[in-house]
Ligand binder design. Structure first.
Ligand SMILES: CC(C)(COP(=O)(O)OP(=O)(O)OC[C@H]1O[C@@H](n2cnc3c(N)ncnc32)[C@H](O)[C@@H]1OP(=O)(O)O)[C@@H](O)C(=O)NCCC(=O)NCCS
Length: 199
């Protein structure tokens, strides 16, 4: 095990026209072996997101183009995590729901080499902080398949950290997703007061 070193700040900023006004600077995080820099993605990061999604195997991997476009248009509500050696090891994609302004977290992915060290939780917090800074969001939503225990745990812990509740509702079933896809349950988290979440 090597001593963690502080990674240099990564020049990752939202692209022109989506400059994430007020968004916090990318944060460096450590897990004992590596430091991780978590920040708002640029379009080139979409290529790494796509690779991570395909390699995860359990995610619905979208097209490479979809991730690149996502990183251009939803940079303020998404994050990418890079290890101190530059390797992309995780991402969160999210967007603000037009109907109610909630931060909808679509995908959370951590490379198997970086799992179990709390990186997903730290990325979730970073995406939340960006969305609060950019749009003052108060609620988070996500969809999870019933068999995904780690994801349910991840979002339950997020709600606990932020001193709020998490509730489950049915959302999409096989009638829409097909028989080969598990149902997607909707999880509603919040409201989260602006001064919560520093625990
Ligand atoms: C789900 C995923 C993002 C978690 O990443 P991670 O960085 O390992 O998660 P964390 O270390 O932050 O752990 C979050 C919590 O889940 C728990 N957890 C992790 N794997 C678990 C498992 N297989 N079963 C039950 N709980 C699990 C952790 O113990 C932790 O809870 P704790 O703090 O009480 O110990 C990662 O496993 C992944 O990318 N999976 C494939 C893609 C996926 O399913 N994404 C979610 C749906 S979009």
């Amino acid at each position: 095990m090597t001593a963690p070193e502080q990674a240099p700040p990564r020049a990752s900023t939202a692209p022109d026209g989506d400059a994430a006004p007020g968004a916090p600077a990318p944060a460096a995080d450590a897990d004992g072996d590596h430091t991780y820099e978590i920040g708002s993605p640029v379009p080139a990061d979409g290529v790494d997101m796509w690779r991570l999604a395909v390699e995860a195997r359990t995610l619905d991997a979208n097209s490479r183009y979809a991730y690149v476009l996502w990183c251009r248009d939803f940079a303020r509500t998404s994050v990418i995590a890079r290890r101190d050696d530059g390797r992309a090891v995780g991402y969160v994609t999210g967007y603000l729901r037009p109907e109610n302004g909630a931060l909808l977290i679509w995908q959370v992915c951590v490379d198997p080499v970086a799992r179990g060290a709390g990186l997903a939780g730290r990325m979730l917090d970073a995406a939340w902080d960006q969305a609060v800074a950019a749009a003052g969001v108060e609620r988070m939503e996500t969809t999870i398949t019933p068999d995904n225990a780690s994801s349910i745990r991840l979002f339950t812990k997020f709600a606990e950290r932020h001193g709020t509740t998490i509730e489950r509702e049915d959302l999409f079933g096989p009638d829409l997703l097909g028989d080969s896809h598990e149902p997607e349950d909707l999880y509603l988290i919040g409201p989260i007061a602006a001064d919560k979440g520093e625990a």
